[in-house]
Design a binder for this molecule. Structure first.
Ligand SMILES: *[C@@H]1O[C@H](CO)[C@@H](O)[C@H](O)[C@H]1NC(C)=O
Ligand SMILES: *[C@@H]1O[C@H](CO)[C@@H](O)[C@H](O)[C@H]1NC(C)=O
Ligand SMILES: *[C@@H]1O[C@H](CO)[C@@H](O)[C@H](O)[C@H]1NC(C)=O
Ligand SMILES: *[C@@H]1O[C@H](CO)[C@@H](O)[C@H](O)[C@H]1NC(C)=O
Length: 502
């Protein structure tokens, strides 16, 4: 997710009470909501619908580490935390999780990366992490949650494109752009993990160029396609469902934030847009890979994982291929140089809000033009980190900072998405980045694989964009769900006296 041009990076059903034992109660609650294996979500015009034809709005959340959290302790898993966090998210009405269904390892231990990896080496899998993914899907199904399964990554935190390119080049070393290094100074002292700082072994643009060779490298594409087939044909060891026949998997996603070739210049008022490039290898790659998946998993949906900062031309080109069912956008006001997390001023916050006013209006129009819905799939804002004073030895991303800007921004941005949905626009939901749940930086201790498993992925400062279980942001997410449920009920009230919630 959300790396930026280098300059920016640096810097219920209830039983009668008498009958209900607690265990029965929670089981029956799960059952009422559960995702049946054949209840596939489909695109109907500019809307998502379930198998009963009911509208399906995505009250989403990013939870990339699910398979690692759900794995056994011996593989760095935190199973009790995983169950608790799924329950917390379900209680807020969340019905969609974007999770990783890929991560790649290297013969040499790599920094800034999910570990252990699902795919240790080309086509060699860590079965215990796959079992973690099985558990994620089985537990999500019980709670009425569906998944976006991300199959690759532009960025270093799961291995991704660069690891594929290293594999096909005799495991050559990878140069990393500025990334959060947990072991760099300042350190917290005996028995504690972090804080750390950014370190780098290469440039941002070189890293992107290196990874993007995957679009034209046949050997790398073969391995990626084999991975896709392996995941599609996986039989869940918990509930016996074949992944490609399980409606819990709503969407297969090509990759997290695949980037076009580096632009010759950045255009537009925010210097984010790329000039059009008909030759960009990303475009035929999206077409090829989306067709490859569609042929093998025709009942599930496909998205690309594109951010949309590159502007209208690229957004449309990347989402036009026939097998791509809906579009995505990611909105990163700090990473894109629009917002400053240590500036307490109202003007700073207002800039962020007016950027997303434009961005949501623009992308809704782009999506309507190509007649496909769009999901706001990633967005975040830091806490009020001007309250954390590094000169006094405080951690810049400490959880003690309040969230006044973030709450205002979330209310505003989620509000824009819901309003667009209610007026029949292209938006079909939102998913903030990312659930940290019960994690806090102040109590983080790395596991034997060097992981702290914050909501922020391993190449970014833990606590930067985390949503904690006690954060107001979770209530904003919940209110979104309530508002959309009411809207659905009003819409079909005349017909049926109220729609099924979901
Ligand atoms: C991370 O920081 C440590 C301590 O400064 C340093 O030794 C190590 O080389 C850094 N790792 C990378 C990959 O930059
Ligand atoms: C992190 O590294 C930068 C660049 O080396 C340095 O200026 C800054 O002081 C460091 N931060 C802390 C908290 O030590
Ligand atoms: C962010 O705001 C702080 C506080 O006003 C300021 O000191 C700092 O220079 C700003 N950073 C950038 C990159 O503008
Ligand atoms: C929205 O579109 C307008 C018109 O094309 C453009 O000028 C503006 O920069 C866009 N803004 C964003 C944030 O995408």
């Amino acid at each position: 997710m959300k790396l930026a041009p280098t300059s920016f990076v640096l810097l219920a059903v209830s039983l009668p009470a008498a009958l209900a034992t607690p265990a029965l109660d929670s089981r029956s609650r799960h059952k009422a909501n559960a995702v049946r294996a054949n209840d596939f979500i489909r695109v109907d015009g500019m809307r998502l619908k379930d198998s009963h034809g009911e509208p399906h709005y995505l009250t989403g959340m990013n939870y990339w580490a699910c398979m690692n959290l759900a794995a056994d302790d011996s593989l760095g898993g935190e199973h009790a935390r995983f169950i608790k966090e799924l329950d917390q998210m379900a209680a807020k009405g969340i019905n969609h999780l974007r999770i990783m269904a890929s991560s790649e390892g290297n013969p040499e231990p790599q920094p800034f990366r999910m570990s252990p990896a699902l795919q240790k080496a080309p086509m060699q899998y860590e079965e215990g992490i796959f079992v973690g993914l099985d558990r994620c899907l089985a537990e999500m199904a019980k709670r009425g949650m569906r998944a976006t399964m991300t199959l690759n990554d532009q960025w270093q935190w799961s291995g991704g494109f660069a690891q594929y390119m290293s594999w096909v080049n005799n495991n050559e070393p990878i140069s990393y752009p500025p990334s959060w290094n947990l072991t760099a100074p300042p350190q917290r002292g005996e028995g504690k993990t972090g804080w750390g700082n950014y370190t780098t072994t290469g440039s941002f643009s070189d890293y992107v160029t290196y990874g993007n060779q995957i679009y034209t490298n046949q050997k790398a594409e073969q391995i990626y396609k084999k991975h896709i087939e392996t995941v599609l044909n996986r039989r869940n060891t918990v509930n016996g469902r074949l992944y490609k026949d399980d409606a819990t998997i709503m969407t297969w996603q090509l990759a997290n934030e695949p980037q076009p070739a580096n632009p010759s210049s950045y255009l537009g008022p925010y210097s984010l847009e790329y000039p059009p490039n008909e030759q960009d290898p990303l475009i035929p790659w999206v077409d090829r890979i989306s067709k490859f998946i569609k042929k093998r998993a025709p009942r599930q949906l496909i998205s690309v994982g594109f951010e949309g900062k590159q502007g209208e031309w690229f957004w449309k080109k990347v989402h036009e291929p026939e097998a791509v069912d809906y579009g995505t956008t990611h909105a990163w006001v700090q990473n894109w140089g629009i917002y400053n997390m240590t500036d307490a001023s109202q003007q700073n916050l207002d800039k962020a809000k007016s950027f997303v006013d434009e961005f949501i209006a623009n992308s809704s129009r782009w999506a309507a033009d190509i007649k496909k819905p769009v999901l706001l799939e990633e967005f975040g804002m830091a806490r009020d980190n001007w309250q954390n004073d590094e000169s006094k030895g405080e951690y810049l991303y400490a959880s003690k900072a309040t969230t006044t800007h973030k709450d205002d921004y979330f209310e505003h941005l989620i509000g824009l998405v819901v309003a667009d949905y209610e007026r029949g626009g292209a938006y079909i939901g939102s998913a903030p980045w990312a659930y940290g749940g019960i994690y806090r930086p102040e109590t983080q201790v790395a596991n034997e694989f060097g992981m702290v498993l914050a909501g922020d992925p391993p190449h970014e400062s833990p606590g930067w964009y985390d949503l904690y279980d006690t954060d107001e942001a979770m209530n904003i997410v919940e209110r979104q769900k309530r508002r959309v449920d009411k809207f659905h009920q009003k819409q079909c009230g005349g017909k049926q006296g109220g729609g099924k919630p979901q």
